[in-house]
Structure formats: C-alpha cells, structure tokens
Design a protein around this ligand. Structure first.
Ligand SMILES: [Zn+2]
Length: 359
C-alpha cells in the first residue's frame, strides 16, 4: 500500500494497484546466428477493471505515414454525403418531436441522425465543410464547435420524456480507425445500452467507491500525478496520462476531468480545456506520424454515480501494419481473445509526449 495526498490535499492511503507479471519466451534467433535468446512479455492488470493486457512485440509496429489529402478529389467530394451541396439533400433529419429544427448547426458542424443508427438516438456530428481534415488542420474552432454541438444535442435529448440515461461520443478518425467515411464526423450516442467497456467501468467505479469511499478517477489522477511516470500534464481541469494497461497496439492516451461528471457539468471553460489538451496531443501525434485514432468520451449518467464517476476520454492510435496490403492493427488477440497488446511501454510513451502537454 502507498501513502499519498488526495485531490483535496489530504493524506490518504492509496488503494490503486498497478500489478504486472513478466513471462519469458525462449528461442534460437536466426537474426543472431541462432543464438539462444530470451524475450520478455509483460502482462499487466488494469487497476479498475482487473482485466489484463500485455506489452509484447515491442517496437515492431510503427505508425504508417499516409497522405490522406490525396483522397480530397472532386470525384470523392461529389460522392460524399457530408460535403457541401450533398449534406442538405442526402442526409436525414430528426422528426420535429425529437429536434424541431431537424438538424443542429454550430460553426461548421452539423448534427444529424445516422442513416444506419446504432441505437435509439444515434447522431453524427459532421465536423467540417472540408472533405479531408488532417490533424494539422483540425483546429480548436472545429473541435469546439463539434463537441459543443454534441453537448447541445445531448441536452435536447435528455429533456425528452423517457430519455436514455447514458451519453457517449465516439470518433473513428481516418481510415485505419475503421471509419467508413473520411469526411470527419463524431458518433453522438444517447443510449440505455452503452457498451461493455462503459458498463464495466461504471460498475467498477461504483464498487471502488463502496469499498474505499473514494472516487477512483480522482485517485487515479492523484496517484499518477504523484508517481509521474504516466502523467503527461494538467491542462485546466483535465489530467492527461497514459493508462497502465493501454487498449491500443500503439498505446493509449487518456484525459480525466476528476471534478466533472455529467453532460451538464461540461461547461464552456472545461470544453476549452479539453480542446486545448487535444490540440497539444495532436501536435505530439503529428511528431510521431500518428494520423488515425479511435476516441471515446464517457459522461456520468445524469443524477447517477455523482460520487464515483468522472468525465474521461480515451484516444487510441490506429495504423495499418504495412502500406501495401493495409492489414489493420487489430487481430485475433483483440478480436477473439479480447486481449489488448501494446508495442510500447506507456511510461516510455509518456516521457516522449510530456513536453507537448507541459506549456
Ligand atoms: Zn466529404
């Protein structure tokens, strides 16, 4: 057990456990004249969920450079449902009992229903009028309008009778992430069935509070900031860190807002902090050729879990394994075994990233 100082500056016992085990694999290495070699694989356990992930294949997968702007052709824009001239004609609108305007607009963002919905309220936030927006052009204004419009959509849905309790925003950015359309758009989902990761995280956060009387997320921020090796920096209300058990092959980046919970608590100032943090994260991404990712932003359900859950977002870089066949970086380990593996230590990644967040 560690002793530390909690978010309010009080001395507390830190209950978080960062458990890992190293296993060795022996082989005769053809690259070194078939000499005997031992390769270590690290199995880690997530401090909240207890689920395992592994650090393996170290350094053997790198982000692939890709010129996505080459896809910004007139032919592709003509075919794209989200490009100006098409979006008004071929995308659906909400019925007036859900959204009186049909679609929501803020800056360049348009919120509209997904023609192929995943859930009862499954909207898209089309983020720009531009068809292809590489990271260097993903400006603070675009991000703020897109997330701001999504928040307004949630507030409108929550005001409806029998609105679902859970809100989440997910983002498939660029083709390696699994995004079917390159034109940037967020998935804005209000649901009674928010997915396994969210459900598990919420349940375990409640369990942690019952067991220790503390908000896990606040504890995580305090502990990571104190220990330092996975803490990249604080931007306003947001604590940016690399998770102990990353979910992606190229690692994972997380921001936690320990004092913010529901959609109604993500105010203008917090949104600005989030956007500023994203800008700095994306500057780091550009420096190491990360050009695609999945993102999830998880809110506490309104009126529930006030003491035990905090707003947080996960950014998981994605890449092709090679530029020829473009195999995705997910394989049987993640899909069949549901076991993430990562080719870089979160502590090494954080050390390289930190300089971008500390401004
Ligand atoms: Zn487009």
């Amino acid at each position: 057990m560690l002793r530390g100082v909690n978010y309010e500056g009080e001395r507390v016992i830190i209950m978080l456990k960062f458990e890992k085990e190293v296993v060795s694999s022996s082989l005769l290495d053809p690259r070194e004249g078939f000499q005997h070699k031992t390769i270590e694989i690290e199995i880690r356990r997530d401090p909240l969920t207890g689920e395992t992930g592994r650090l393996a294949h170290l350094g053997m997968i790198k982000p692939q450079k890709e010129d996505f702007l080459a896809l910004d052709t007139q032919e592709n824009r003509n075919r794209c449902p989200f490009c100006p001239g098409n979006i008004e004609k071929v995308t659906p609108q909400y019925p007036s009992d859900i959204l009186s305007e049909g679609r929501l607009h803020q800056g360049q963002t348009t919120i509209l229903p997904n023609l192929a919905p995943y859930d009862q309220f499954s909207a898209l936030a089309v983020m720009s009028t531009a068809h292809v927006v590489p990271l260097e052009k993903m400006t603070a204004a675009l991000l703020k309008d897109a997330f701001g419009a999504a928040l307004e959509f949630f507030r409108r849905i929550i005001a409806l009778e029998n609105a679902p309790p859970y809100q989440l925003i997910v983002w498939n950015y660029m083709p390696p992430s699994g995004g079917g359309l390159i034109h940037p758009h967020l998935q804005v989902i209000s649901s009674s069935f928010p997915g396994n990761l969210y459900r598990k995280t919420l349940t375990k956060s409640k369990d942690y509070y019952r067991q220790f009387g503390q908000n896990y997320w606040r504890e995580l921020c305090t502990t990571e900031k104190k220990q330092g090796e996975r803490f990249a920096g604080q931007v306003g209300a947001g604590y940016w860190l690399t998770p102990f058990v990353p979910l992606g092959v190229l690692g994972e980046f997380m921001v936690v807002f320990p004092e913010v919970r529901s959609v109604f608590e993500l105010d203008e100032k917090t949104l600005q902090d989030f956007v500023t943090g994203m800008e700095r994260l994306f500057a780091y991404f550009r420096s190491v050729d990360i050009n695609s990712f999945n993102m999830g932003l998880f809110f506490a359900p309104v009126g529930e879990a006030d003491n035990c859950f905090s707003l947080h977002a996960r950014f998981i870089p994605r890449t092709y394994l090679n530029p020829g066949q473009k195999p995705p970086d997910t394989n049987a380990l993640q899909v069949v075994l549901q076991e993430p593996f990562t080719v870089i230590h979160p502590e090494t990644q954080c050390a390289a990233w930190k300089g971008f967040m500390e401004k």
